[in-house]
Design a protein around this ligand. Sequence first.
Ligand code: CDP
Ligand code: MG
Length: 701
Amino acid sequence: MAASKSPGRFKQRNAIAPHSQQASARRKSIEEQRRALPITIARQKLVDEVHKNDTLVIIGETGSGKTTQLPQFLLRAGFSKRGKMIGITQPRRVAAVTVATRVAEEMGSELGREVGYSIRFEDATSDLTRIKYMTDGMLLREALLDPLLRKYGVIVIDEAHERTVHTDVLLGLLKGVQAKRTEEHGPKKEPLKLIVMSATLDAQGFSTFFNNAKIVYIQGRQFPVEIFYTFTSEADILDASLITLLQIHTEEEPGDILVFLTGQEEIESMDRLIHDRLPRLPPGSLKIQVVPIYAALPSEQQVKAFIPAPPGTRKVILATNIAETSVTIPGIRYVVDPGLVKSRSYNPRIGLESLIVVPVSKAQALQRSGRAGREGPGKCYRLYMEETFKQLENATVPEIKRCNLASVVLQLKALGIDDVLGFDFMDKPPKMAILKSLEHLYILGALTDEAKLSDPVGIQMARLPLEPLYAKALLISANFNCSKEMLSAVAMLSVESIFFVPKDKKKEADAAKQRFLSGDGDHITLVSVMRAFTDEVNKSGGGVVSKKQILRWCIENYINMRSLKRAVDIYRQIEGCIQAINLPVLSCGEDFTSFRRCLAAAFFLNAACLQQDGTYRTLANNQVVSVHPSSIMHGKKLDCVVFNELVKTNKQFIRNVTRIDSLWLPELAPHFYGTRDAVSACPVCESSSDDMILGCRLVQT
Ligand code: CDP
Ligand code: MG
C-alpha cells in the first residue's frame, strides 16, 4: 500500500515548479483579459469625467469591467488621497466577496490589505484598505457611526438597476451627505464623489434624481445568442432543467452551462439529481463538474465558480439570480432559464412579508440570456413558451415598493432622519408601508410616543445588525435568562436549510432529526442542534482529524454542515454585539419554558391560535394560516403558537413555530394584547380601519 501511494506524493512535489509557471501564466492571462475589457479604452475619459463631475452615472453592459476596473482606475488617478477610501456597494454579498478577491489578485495584493470587503458578519479590511467592496446594507450601517462617511473620497453605488431597498435608501442618503460635505468644506475641499453604475440603459431616472447628473456610456460587446422556448409549459421545472442540461451536454459543443434556479434548496436538489445521472452518461462524453453559487454559500466556495474546469470537463454552474448581473463567470456558452425568481413581497395590511417564487421580468430574462454571449455566440433555453415571455412584466418593481420597511425606518431614525415620509426617495414606497413600519417599531418599543428613537431600546436595536424583531428578541432575552438560546435561534434562522433531507433518504433523515426534536417547537429543536454541534466541535478540538469527525457527525445526523458552520459564525458575531452593549449572555439550561416565554414576549406580533378546523388564525391581523410541512409542529393541534415566517404558496403557511400558552400574551405584551380603543376614520391615511391609527398618530405628532 505504502509503495502505491508514493508516486502520487512525488507528483505533488514535482508540481511545485509547474505551479509557479502556472501562476505566472495566470497573471499573464488576467492581464490580457483586462486589456480586452470594453472599459479599458474608456479609462482616461472616465477619470476625466470623475474629476469634472461630483456625481456621475455610468452605464455599461454586464461584463464590460465596471466593477473590477473602475475602482482601480480611480485609485491610480489619485482619488484615494489622504487615506480616503474608494467604496463600492453591491446589492449581494457574493458579488462583494468574489469581486474583491478578483481585484486583489489583479493588483497582486493579499485580500484584506489594499483591497478588501465588508459584508454582514464578515469583515476583510484593514487600515491599509483603499478599495473596499461592500454590500449596500453595510454602507448604510457605517453611516450610523460616521454620518458624513468621511472615510470615503469616492462612493460607487454599483448594480443600481437592481434597486434593492438598501440601494434606494443609500441613493437618497448619499445625495444629502454629498450636499452636507460640500456645505461644510466648500465645493473644492473634500467633496464626496458619487458614481452610480448600472447595467441597463434606463439611466435617465438616476440622472434626474441627482439633478441631471452626467451620464457616460461604455460601449459594450455582445455576441448573438440563439433563444429557444418550450412548446408547452413545464410542470416540473427541476426535471425540465435537468433534461435540458443533459441534452446540451450530450449534443452540443464544449462550453460551460449556467442554470438559473431559485434558491439554495433547489440548487442542492439539482446538484444531487445531476450526480445521480452521471454514471449513466454515454461513454466518451465530457466529464461534468457541478459548481453552485448562491448567497448563503461560504465565501471560499463562492470563489470556486470562477475557476475554469479542467480539460475534458464541462462546468455546470447552478446559480440564483446572483449570476444575472452581479457576477460574471467566464466560459459560459449555454444558459438554461426556467424563468423564475424568488422575490420579496409585502402586504402592509397584514404586516407580513413573504418570499415567493414569481416569473422574472423581460429585463431579467434578457440579462440571463445575455450571459451566454459574452465570449462568443451562445444559446439560451427558456423553459417556458414564447407566449409567456410576451406576457412578462417589462421591468422588476423596485424592492422598496414591496418589502417590509421596519428595518430601514429604524435605520433612518437612527441616522436622525425623523421625517421618514418626507425622505428624498427616488421612488416613494407606499405610504401605508411606512406607516405600518412606524407602528411596528412603536409596538416593539423602538420608538417613543413622538416617533423618536427610544433610549436605550431603539438605539440598541438599531445597533444590532438584525431585523428589528430579532434585535428586540435578543435585547429581552437576558431578562428570561436565555440569551444563549435566543442567540442560537436567531443565528440558525439567519441561514437556510439546516436539515439535509435527500429525496431517497427521507426516512433516515427524519429518524436522524428525531434526536434533536422538541415537542415544543422548531426553535428549541434548532437550539438543540446548535448545542449538539458545538459539543461535538469542543469534544474533538481543532485540526484535520476533527474536521473529518465533524463532517462525519453532520452526515450521520443529516445536517447541512455549511449552513450550520455559518450559523455558528453568526452566533459569535451577534454575541460580540450583545456584549458590546453590555448585556449579559445567560443560558436557561434545560428550562425551556423560560425560553418559550421569551419567544412569546418577542414574537407576540406573530402569534396564532388554533381554530376548530385545525387551521390557525393570527391574532394581530386575523389571517388564516397553516403550519408548514417542514415544521415539526406540522399536524399537531396546539392551542397557541408563535412563528417567524409566513410563506405563501397555494395557501398561507407559518414556519418556525413554537407552542406557547395564550395567557402569556396579555401578561408579556400587555401594550398590545390589552384593550385597544376603536377609532373611526383616520385623518392621515383616511382608512376607516383602526389598525392604521397607531402609525398615523405617530406621523402626526
Ligand atoms: O461590472 P461589470 O459587469 O461591467 O464587469 P466586471 O464584474 O468588472 O467583470 C469584468 C471581467 O472580469 C469579466 O470578464 C469577468 O469574467 C472577470 N471576472 C472574473 O474573472 N472573476 C471575478 N471574480 C470577477 C470578474
Ligand atoms: Mg458589475
